[in-house]
Design a protein around this ligand. Structure first.
Ligand SMILES: *Cc1c(COP(=O)(O)O)cnc(C)c1O
Length: 396
């Protein structure tokens, strides 16, 4: 009998979403825009401490708007974390600009301040500084924002913080996503809270956010007829989905608590295994632990990350490798890349050895024990095999 599938990060409804949708139906606010959109923006701003927010159709759209607001255009350069989902960098291409990828730092897995400094120094020397830096907070863990903000300020480069995965996380007591000129969140189905699809752009620059709303609604000029002087987008969030978002936001703290609990249980059950290392939480940060991630040192473990992933998938458990670094993607094969240090690319190593475990806030303890048992069994049989091989050596 095959066991039911355990998913990596499935949507988890609060139970009150339909109330919000119902009230939108009753007032016939089915359009994009409407009271749920306004309220959701206000509530996200309050929750994160940003001055304002603009609800949009996806996290990708929010990044695209931020680049557009910063005037990124054809031929410009934009720096971006390499270890991330492709959506962090695709909007650079939408603007006809060129991405330059920055390696991870081994502790945080996020943008290496070392590599960033080198990239800034080299591009200043070449007379081609980037128009923006996109910093990702991977799997809920904040990047080293103090160092990154300091470096970017030194060169006068604006920051877009891609906090798609880190809503509810804290860096030195302040909400993840609020450290750049712009921050973005995603409410895609797999994220910590979801509107089934959606995103948010946040900023303290209220004037820029007014412009963002204008650009996101086809850039209609103030005129009695339809008049347009720049190319806009159709990027606004629908009032129905904003209702789902409002209900989800109310349970965000609970979702963070549950995901952290999932992490702690994995940590307790697996951290004694040889070669297993969990992603760290940097000092004075709190990760939402969107996904529990770890690396496997195959020399110590006697087994590779890939073999563990295969074994989990055979048991109908959805586990994934960590993001394939963007500098390794065929799409970006011509892009420049700056490494953490001369010791080799950190992100390549994380990709080779990293695993994301099922981490949904609706994961039951029974399900989590199934995942844990499966991983411990793989290690036990590896150790058994090694002992048998040693014994055979002695016999001959
Ligand atoms: C999910 C994600 C995005 C894109 O968000 P969408 O809402 O799916 O467009 C961007 N960056 C990162 C790091 C993500 O994980």
């Amino acid at each position: 009998m095959t066991q039911s599938r355990i998913y990596l990060s499935p949507p988890h409804m609060s139970g009150n979403e339909l109330q919000y949708i119902k009230s939108a139906f009753e007032s016939n606010w089915i359009a994009p825009l409407g009271p749920n959109v306004d309220a959701f923006e206000k509530e996200i701003a309050e929750k994160t401490g940003a001055k304002g927010a603009v609800a949009v159709s996806s996290g990708t759209a929010a990044i695209h708007l931020a680049l557009s607001l910063l005037g990124v255009t054809e031929g410009d350069t934009v720096f971006c974390s390499t270890l991330t989902f492709v959506a962090s960098a695709n909007p650079i291409l939408y603007q006809g600009a060129n991405p330059v990828f920055i390696d991870s730092d081994p502790e945080s897995w996020n943008m290496s301040p070392n590599a960033l400094e080198k990239a800034l120094r080299v591009s200043a020397f070449e007379g081609k500084l980037p128009k923006a830096v996109i910093v990702v907070d991977l799997y809920g863990q904040s990047a080293r924002m103090n160092e990154i903000v300091y470096l970017c300020n030194e060169y006068g480069i604006p920051i877009i913080e891609d906090a798609a995965e880190s809503l509810g996380s804290l860096y030195k007591g302040k909400a993840s996503g609020t450290f750049g000129d712009y921050g973005i969140y995603s409410f895609n189905g797999n994220k910590i809270i979801t509107t089934s699809g959606g995103g948010m752009l946040i900023s303290n620059n209220m004037k820029a956010l007014v412009r963002a709303k204008y650009l996101a609604t086809q850039a209609k000029d103030p005129a009695p007829h339809y008049q347009h002087s720049v190319a806009g987008f159709n990027y606004r969030m629908s009032n129905l989905l904003a209702g789902v978002g409002r209900s989800q936001l109310k349970v965000l703290d609970d979702r963070v608590r549950l995901r952290r609990k999932v992490f702690n249980m994995y940590f307790q059950a697996l951290s004694d295994l040889p070669g297993v290392k969990f992603m760290k939480e940097l000092e004075d940060t709190q990760s939402n632990r969107w996904l529990t991630t770890l690396t496997i040192d195959d020399r110590k473990a006697g087994i590779t990350a890939k073999q563990i992933l295969d074994a989990l998938n055979k048991q109908n458990i959805e586990a994934r490798p960590v993001w394939k670094p963007l500098h390794l993607q065929p799409l970006f094969k011509r892009a420049k890349y700056f490494m953490h240090d001369e010791g080799g690319s950190v992100s390549d190593k994380l990709f080779e050895t990293g695993i994301c475990l099922p981490s949904g806030s609706s994961l039951t303890e029974v399900e989590q024990h199934r995942v844990i048992r499966c991983i411990r069994n793989i290690f036990d049989s590896t150790i058994r095999k090694r002992v048998e091989m040693k014994l055979q050596e002695y016999e001959v």
